[in-house]
Design a protein around this ligand. Structure first.
Ligand code: HEM
Ligand SMILES: *[C@@H]1O[C@H](CO)[C@@H](O)[C@H](O)[C@H]1NC(C)=O
Ligand SMILES: *[C@@H]1O[C@H](CO)[C@@H](O)[C@H](O)[C@H]1NC(C)=O
Ligand SMILES: *[C@@H]1O[C@H](CO)[C@@H](O)[C@H](O)[C@H]1NC(C)=O
Ligand SMILES: *[C@@H]1O[C@H](CO)[C@@H](O)[C@H](O)[C@H]1NC(C)=O
Length: 438
């Protein structure tokens, strides 16, 4: 099957690096991958009712299996990051590094990004591979095929970094965005995009804290989406919401919380995300008087935590995200548009997507799941070459462009419209578009 060969293809092209034990096993032991792919591809009964948490087609999970338990003992035991370990704006990735599913350093080989996010969280390969390829090309090392989950990758004498190498924290408006669930905006916090802003977390926390059965589900995150978007709108004169970093990534950062952090069980096969699990993934502790505090880098997968089931209908794919985006748009339509404030707060101006994509996609396509999925891949193919060229990679450029094509093309439905003329002239009207750019 297509995803399988893509993931194996990635594994085979990866250079030999000092990997964490999990990654080495995934790369060297084909049975290890096969085992999880078998589990993933097992046929699943389908039933149509609950929209929460489910895979493509919004099909709810009907099964629960003990093998959804994620191992957090032995080599996967939680270990705090040391002074030279990198952590960044993504709690899901920080937790993987703390548990040895990623190298503890926070510098991740291309293939490990997609395999670990699938095995541990149930993020589908057709989502995880593009996200990891994008990280490698836009803010990673395009020769070593590694990327950093936080700040700049360290250079060694023997391996100079070719590419930006700035990491996710240094990718403002390319990957990292304003209006995140709990992190602050670049302009408001002088470039600190990785720290949890406790009041923002508190706003989310309070939505379910006193509920009879607290559950940070998609509806809750949509409410929080309204809050986080308005927070940037009303406090950041340079708020900017880019096509990829904003519409795709910052919205996914909201939907990933219920989709990938919920705990699954026989009682709640569709998962439930309670207060303790939420705080654990976000490195938040609560004092006896209820005061919350954040400890940088302490993101943790809770003990006895069960991820969503694997399998093509169960994993969280771009189709699942596109469906969640439709639900976001029903409540917060402005969060599904490209645009920004124009130098003062409360001046958000949306841009016609047709203008940006040379007519290939319209703003209304963002809420058409089939077209959104097309847009997601085609946008990646259109914008990454620009980012690469601006980094003057010399002879590495051809290899990087080739990697982009070979890794993304397998996912692209040939009937999708191609973005032949990506036009970023629209960005000039938004001062925030230039914030944090070199
Ligand atoms: C290779 C896979 C992934 C990449 C490259 C990635 C990258 C990122 C980036 C760049 C951000 C910052 C977005 C922003 O500024 O709004 C982010 C945020 C986030 N990511 Fe990930 N991510 C990945 C997988 C995951 C997974 C598997 C999870 C969940 C288990 C996750 C959960 C989140 C959440 C909740 C946020 C919002 C953080 C906040 O504002 O507090 N991500 N991720
Ligand atoms: C977790 O992994 C360790 C190896 O580090 C192994 O000894 C242990 O049996 C595993 N636990 C489970 C529940 O699979
Ligand atoms: C709550 O408790 C924490 C830690 O014990 C303390 O630092 C904080 O000042 C207290 N806050 C209030 C409002 O009492
Ligand atoms: C997940 O749910 C199971 C079943 O209710 C429970 O035993 C386990 O403690 C839960 N895990 C977490 C992290 O809440
Ligand atoms: C696209 O937007 C730019 C800048 O906002 C504007 O100058 C141009 O006229 C627009 N083009 C079309 C075809 O709408």
């Amino acid at each position: 099957m297509r995803f399988t060969s893509a993931i194996l293809g990635l594994a085979l092209t990866t250079k030999t690096l000092a990997l964490c034990p999990y990654a080495e096993r995934a790369l060297q032991d084909p049975d290890f991958l096969k085992q999880h792919l078998k589990e993933r591809d097992a046929p699943k009964a389908e039933k149509q009712h609950d929209k929460r948490q489910s895979g493509p087609g919004n099909i709810p999970f009907t099964t629960f299996n003990e093998n959804q338990l994620i191992n957090v003992t032995g080599e996967y035991a939680w270990v705090a990051p040391g002074p030279n370990d990198i952590r960044g704006p993504c709690p899901g990735l920080n937790a993987l590094a703390n548990h040895g599913y990623f190298p503890h350093s926070g510098v991740v080989p291309l293939s490990v990004g997609a395999s670990a996010t699938e095995t541990v969280y149930g993020l589908a390969a057709d989502f995880g591979i593009p996200l990891t390829v994008y990280a490698t090309l836009v803010d990673g090392d395009v020769v070593g095929d590694t990327w950093s989950i936080g700040g700049k990758q360290p250079q060694t004498v023997t391996s100079p970094i070719l590419g930006a190498g700035d990491g996710l924290s240094g990718s403002h408006n390319k990957y990292e965005s304003d209006a995140s669930p709990t992190r602050g905006d670049y302009y408001l916090y002088d470039g600190d995009v990785s720290s949890v802003k406790v009041p923002k977390f508190q706003a989310l926390y309070d939505l379910q804290n006193t509920a009879a059965v607290p559950n940070y589900d998609l509806d809750t995150l949509i409410q929080h989406r309204k809050y986080t978007f308005d927070n940037s709108l009303t406090t950041n004169p340079y708020f900017f919401f880019a096509p990829f970093a904003g519409v795709a990534v910052a919205n996914a950062a909201h939907t990933f919380i219920p989709a990938l952090m919920s705990n699954h069980s026989a009682e709640y096969p569709n998962g439930i995300l309670d207060t303790e699990t939420l705080k654990s993934f976000f490195a938040i502790t609560e004092a006896a008087n209820g005061t919350l505090s954040w400890t940088p880098g302490y993101e943790r997968i809770p003990d006895n935590w069960y991820r969503r089931p694997l399998g093509a209908v169960n994993e969280y794919s771009p189709v699942s995200f596109a469906q969640d985006l439709v639900q976001i748009a029903a409540v917060v339509p402005e969060a599904v548009s490209v645009g920004g404030n124009t130098g003062e707060v409360n001046t958000f101006t949306g841009v016609d997507l047709g203008n940006i994509t040379g007519g290939a996609y319209q703003t209304s396509d963002l809420t058409n799941p089939t077209k959104f999925v097309c847009f997601f891949y085609q946008l990646t193919l259109a914008i990454v070459p620009d980012f690469l060229r601006s980094e003057a990679l010399g002879s590495a450029l051809a290899g990087a462009l080739n990697l982009l094509q070979t890794e993304i093309s397998p996912f692209v439905d040939p009937s999708c419209a191609t973005i032949a003329n990506y036009n970023d002239a629209f960005a000039a009207q938004f001062p925030g578009a230039a914030v944090g750019q070199p």
